[in-house]
Design a protein around this ligand. Structure first.
Ligand code: XMP
Length: 510
């Protein structure tokens, strides 16, 4: 067993996931409960997560120094490393900032945790603070162009500190580092598999023998997989509902009907609120308010549907949502985590609800959800569909959402999708979309001055949503996309391509 001490990182849960995938049990423990947990059950290794605070900040999470004398191997990541350095007599300052990829150079050590690592590799960073003095007994083994103490160990204390994130997909040798750590901990590993039958059993137990569940299905992979699992678990007591709010991609309604009818033999109820949605969003500029308005409106609709079903004698008790872990953590899912944005199905919900939530995929990541989807028989073409945010185009239109701006966004979106498909690369794209940026720029159209809106195009690759890279598409393809958007979408003067990684930039613009 490895204890992962959670200092509020966006990736604490991902660390535990990786450890489990590598075949070791892992448990997430808050720092104030760590010593008690260790005294109750001693782990074979301890990992410190990162976190959003700075060690010198008031109220920054800390830990009892006794943890350093437990006598098991420790791996301290990012904030966890800074805290270790600080508590053991080193010095941390608000220093060089690194967000996204960096090149790590290590000395050629053959030592346990560095086994098989190349001398130079890409790691992902996300820190604003820096260690400028290591505690006594620590030795530097790796650095980047910006930070001299990116990777250090203390053989005597059996602690390794890394300023980068070995748990994220885009750190090239991250899995090797975690694998090495598990073997340094002398843990006997067991092959990890996702147990679909256990998820279904969990749904049956939570719902009980009689209750009905209404399902918020959007046609996306997450809510479809969650819906099909629920249908498999409780059969016709699951009632999928698709809300047509005018913010979805073209053809979504037909698609939702088809997949639920074909795979689960259940026809979803469709509720059309296109007009009312626009009324509710009228004049709203702030993205967090947009999400809250949409989240609240959804719950209103589902409660109305619940009332209808209750009056026809069906004991509806739950609302199923396709929430996945990246939605949860970005909405401040843990005590010390920062709120990045209130995903409309988590932080965007009203405080009081008549329906209880059923979220069978709450602890899974996108790539795991796709794996589950495959296991329950969803077609490949569907499983690899792009993610689409619940609040839809509303968070891809900066500023006010109007019918006219929705039409432009939809037109631009269709152009991007069509051109990616024509070029044969759509299947390799994790996520693509244009953003109506709300910024304006000058153009010359037909010899006249034209002052129009700037569209940004974002096309990225990712697996689990926690990190992403922009796609290096051929220039000619980008040119075709830009030309078509400025020519075909009214009011657009310019197209820019977003070349920012996540982190620091999130996938969506809002
Ligand atoms: P970000 O922009 O947070 O996006 O990096 C991560 C993933 O979540 C989707 N997304 C949302 N999904 N409700 C949702 O159901 C939301 O409020 C929301 N905001 C972002 C986004 O499309 C990406 O797949």
């Amino acid at each position: 067993m490895i204890y992962v001490i959670d200092f509020g990182s966006q990736t604490t849960h991902l660390i535990a996931r990786r450890v489990k995938e590598l075949g070791s049990p892992a448990e997430i423990i808050p720092p104030h409960k760590a010593i008690q947990a260790i005294n109750t059950k001693k782990p074979q290794g301890i990992i410190f997560s990162g976190g959003p605070a700075g060690v010198y900040e008031k109220d920054a999470p800390t830990i009892d120094k006794a943890i350093f004398d437990v006598g098991v191997p420790m791996l301290a990541i990012c904030y966890g490393f800074q805290l270790t350095a600080y508590l053991l007599g080193g010095k941390v300052v608000s220093g060089k900032k690194e967000y996204g990829p960096a090149t790590l150079r290590i000395r050629n050590y053959e030592l346990g945790i560095m086994k098989d690592l190349p001398k130079e590799s890409t790691v992902w960073m996300s820190h604003g603070d820096e260690i400028i003095k290591l505690p006594d007994g620590f030795e530097v083994v790796g650095q980047t162009d910006h930070v001299p103490y990116a990777f250090a160990t203390s053989t005597e204390k059996n602690i390794t500190g890394v300023l980068f994130h070995p748990e994220v997909e885009h750190t090239q040798w991250g899995t090797t580092i975690l694998k090495n750590f598990i073997s340094v901990c002398e843990i006997v590993t067991k092959k990890h598999v996702i147990d679909v039958a256990a998820i279904e059993q969990g749904i049956r137990e939570e719902v009980g023998e009689r209750a009905y569940v209404i399902g918020a299905v959007s046609g996306g992979v997450d809510s479809t997989v969650a819906g099909i699992l629920t249908a498999k678990a409780i059969g016709k007591r699951f009632v999928p509902i698709y809300v047509e709010n005018g913010l979805m991609r073209s053809g979504t309604e037909e698609h939702v009907k088809k997949i639920f009818t074909e795979v689960a033999g259940i026809e979803p109820i469709v509720v059309n609120v296109v007009g009312e949605m626009l009324v509710r969003l009228k004049g709203i500029l702030d993205p967090e308010r947009k999400r809250k308005i949409i989240g609240n409106f959804y719950i209103e609709i589902f409660e109305q549907e619940m009332a209808k079903l209750l009056s026809s004698g069906l004991p509806v008790k739950f609302l199923m949502q396709g929430t996945i872990y990246s939605d949860v953590i970005e909405s401040k899912g843990t005590k010390y985590a920062a709120k990045i944005k209130s995903h409309h199905n988590v932080g965007g919900l009203p405080k009081k609800m008549k329906l209880e939530l059923l979220e069978p995929l709450r602890n899974f990541y996108k790539d795991e959800v796709r794996e589950i989807g495959k296991k329950i028989g969803l077609p490949d073409s569907f499983i690899h569909k792009q993610p689409f945010p619940g609040p839809g185009y509303a968070v891809r239109i900066r500023g006010v959402v109007t019918e006219g701006r929705l039409t432009k966004e939809r037109q631009a979106d269709n152009i991007v999708l069509e051109e990616l498909e024509k070029a044969g690369v759509l299947k390799d794209v994790f996520l693509s979309f244009p953003v109506l940026t709300g910024a304006f720029s000058t153009a010359v159209k037909g010899d006249g001055r034209f002052f129009g809106e700037v569209v940004a195009v974002r096309i990225v690759d990712s697996k689990d949503i926690m990190t992403a890279v922009w796609l290096r598409l051929p220039y000619d393809l980008l040119q075709i996309i830009a030309t078509r958007i400025v020519n075909e979408v009214p009011g657009i003067s310019r197209v820019v391509y977003d070349i920012t990684t996540k982190p620091p930039a999130t996938m969506e613009w809002e």
